[in-house]
Design a binder for this molecule. Structure first.
Ligand code: MIC
Ligand code: SF4
Length: 645
């Protein structure tokens, strides 16, 4: 039987297990990436492993998230990251050089390689035919130390694209269509593999938009073939040597094949407050728009911004709209400048932001009260923009530019102009001077690591207790994201200080969570979280597990979990369990006393786990699915403990 692209890459990297979907496998990691918001904790963890130098082909640390630097904390963290990188053999992409995924795609991604990144949008690299996976910082630290990455061997869904995109629709509309089909939940353990004649004509940056936002469906990653389009892109990046052809065998078998005829697509939007709340732009109607933000790792390539420049040319942004544009990388910015498109953006009244995450993570450009913001980014969760009652719509760059002109949500087909043709350059202007190479082995021992006063240490945990005896600290509903658990935005400056950061946990849902959790912990009891479907969607931030661990959470009982968050919980000694009968969720209330007698023994023996609700006088069964490796980690109280045993 023929092989899929995924199978070929996994088989070339597998170090434990076999390619049997649903079972745990370990794969060798060629490249790692971190960004500054998750990187500080990942490198603190790496330091604690006492490995003299990274053991990957390439490890790179990007500074792109916390670039507003209000207060000393982020600047200190950036200096820490720079010195750690120098010492341990890690490349460093300086602040201003661009968003990790865009820069990695341009300068480092390689067909056929594996990439593990401490950011959920690491799958962007899948556009180049690599297996690029997002994970918690601890898993990335372990990969830097030369350990395999363990993941459930995926089931593969082929997305067969046919036909050709009509004018004024683009890659963003394709992935929004896919989100409409698959939604943000229920896709854990799958990989999207793209093929078909519609895929063959998509350029690498268009593929990157699609691979990037596959993360919102919760799949392990998305993979494209490495073909002529990949070759053209890598050649334009002066990286032709990195190219190799990779395709699925004609008789490869998939778990499922989904056909999408691109010629039927129309401009789409994801309405507030979820990336799967999809509707055609025309159906939403011409609602008033206050802000338009173009950028983020999803849609900030040269192609995207030239399209925007061409639509805006000769127009001035509507008087009631604030138009924000953040090119994805310094390379994109430089190419826009050299080719003259920057002038068109400036003349149209765009407010240019630095090449960084910026508005996407809510640390700047928060919309006005009850404001309507159109964004080309990938997530529109409640409050993520920094304004709790803002209405954020996710759109394509074409829809964003058209709406910036009219001041209303506008289908670009209704703008009455011909859809601009964008020709990609045969050769980009390339300048890697903002990427610092690490010191050679001999020099690195002399490097002293800088640590600012805000920098904490990775929190440590006791071994898993014999029994769980605690209280339900919080009960939450379906699709709770890691943004709900640990807020980003202006709180992100505490990323390297879990003790301080924990004061803000769950603040978007319940401002009293921290005090309650502390009180329960001080009584010597365990904290327990109850959740609905797809708990832990979104970001890879391990703080959403490390923080609860610090506050004495021992179990999360949910209807279902997302992959990265479930792995992070185990890495930090918290057991993720699911309700055997979903209806039991209804019979638990916040504040109930819960007990899992013999929890430790039950896990060791793979026994039936019964939770006693002491307050209600009822018991219910929960399920867990742990490999022997995961059991060891959990029982040790987390992966760091295990490494030190
Ligand atoms: C995000 O888009 O939510 C982030 C910020 O990039 C996160 C990482 C983080 O929380 O630092 C992600 O996607 O993993
Ligand atoms: Fe940055 Fe936004 Fe991309 Fe996350 S989704 S990496 S915050 S641009």
């Amino acid at each position: 039987m023929g092989k899929t692209i995924t199978e070929k890459i996994i088989e070339a990297h597998i170090v434990s297990g076999r390619f049997v979907p649903g079972t745990e496998i370990g794969i060798r990691i060629d490249q790692t990436l971190t960004q500054d918001a998750t990187g500080t904790m990942a490198y603190l963890e790496f330091e604690s492993m006492q490995v003299p130098r990274v053991r990957t082909d390439l490890s790179i640390s990007y500074i792109d998230h916390n670039t507003i630097q209000s207060g000393f904390e982020n600047s200190d963290d950036h200096r820490y990251l720079q010195t750690v990188a120098q010492k341990y053999g890690i490349y460093l992409s300086r602040a201003g050089n661009g968003i990790c995924h865009q820069v990695h795609f341009e300068r480092f991604g390689k067909p056929g390689k594996t990439l593990l990144g401490s950011d959920s949008h690491t799958p962007t690299g899948g556009a180049l035919g690599m297996l690029a996976i997002g994970a918690g910082g601890l898993d990335v630290a372990l990969a830097m130390a030369g350990e395999p990455f363990y993941v459930t061997c995926p089931r593969i869904i082929k997305i067969n694209l046919t036909g050709k995109l009509p004018p004024s629709t683009s890659a963003k509309d394709i992935i929004l269509k896919i989100l409409e089909i698959f939604t943000t939940k229920g896709n854990v353990g799958f990989i999207f593999e793209y093929g078909g004649e519609g895929t063959a004509v998509l350029s690498a940056p268009e593929r990157a938009t699609i691979a990037n936002m596959g993360a919102e469906c919760g799949v392990t990653t998305s993979v494209f073939p490495s073909d002529e389009m990949t070759r053209i892109f890598l050649k334009a990046q002066k990286r032709l040597d990195d190219w190799q052809e990779i395709s699925a065998d004609p008789d490869a078998e998939y778990d499922r094949i989904v056909d999408i005829d691109l010629s039927h697509l129309v401009p789409l939007t994801a309405k507030p407050h979820s990336p799967d709340n999809i509707s055609p732009v025309r159906d939403v109607g011409g609602i008033r728009v206050d802000q338009v933000c173009i950028g983020s790792c999803t849609n900030s390539s040269f192609k995207d911004l030239v399209t925007v420049a061409k639509i805006l040319k000769g127009n001035v942004v509507h008087p009631e709209v604030s138009l924000i544009i953040a090119p994805g990388s310094r390379q994109v910015l430089e190419n826009l400048a050299v080719e003259g498109y920057l002038t068109d953006l400036i003349m149209a009244g765009a407010r240019l932001m630095e090449s960084a995450c910026g508005f996407c993570i809510g640390n700047s450009q928060s919309p006005q009260t009850r404001g309507v913001s159109l964004r080309t980014s990938n997530r529109n969760y409640l409050g993520r923009s920094g304004t709790i009652d803002a209405e954020v719509y996710i759109v394509s760059p074409e829809t964003a530019a058209a709406s910036a002109i009219t001041g209303r949500l506008t289908d670009p087909r209704d703008l009455g102009m011909a859809y601009p043709q964008v020709n990609m350059p045969d050769q980009f202007h390339i300048d890697d001077s903002m990427i610092i190479k690490p010191e050679s082995t001999g020099e690195s021992s002399a490097i002293e690591i800088f640590r600012g006063p805000n920098m904490g240490v990775p929190p440590r945990n006791d071994p898993f207790p014999d029994a769980i005896e605690g209280e339900v600290t919080i009960k939450v509903g379906d699709k709770i994201t890691t943004d709900h658990i640990v807020p980003a935005g202006t709180r992100m400056k505490y990323r390297s200080n879990i003790a301080k950061y924990s004061e803000y946990f769950f603040e978007l849902l319940d401002g009293r969570f921290f005090k309650r959790a502390k009180k329960i912990q001080d009584k010597g009891k365990h904290n327990i979280i109850i959740a609905g479907l797809s708990y832990g969607q979104g970001s890879s931030r391990e703080h959403a597990a490390a923080g609860p661990m610090f506050l004495g959470v021992k179990a999360v009982i949910a209807k279902s979990f997302e992959r990265i968050h479930a792995a992070n919980l185990i890495n930090f000694g918290i057991i993720p369990v699911t309700f055997k009968e979903e209806s039991d969720y209804e019979r638990i209330n916040q504040g109930d006393s819960l007990e899992i007698p013999d929890a430790r023994k039950t896990i060791e023996e793979n026994g039936k786990m019964i939770v006693k609700n002491v307050s209600e006088g009822v018991s219910f069964e929960v399920s867990y699915n742990l490999s022997d490796r995961q059991k060891k980690i959990l029982l040790a109280g987390g992966a760091l403990n295990l490494r030190h045993i």
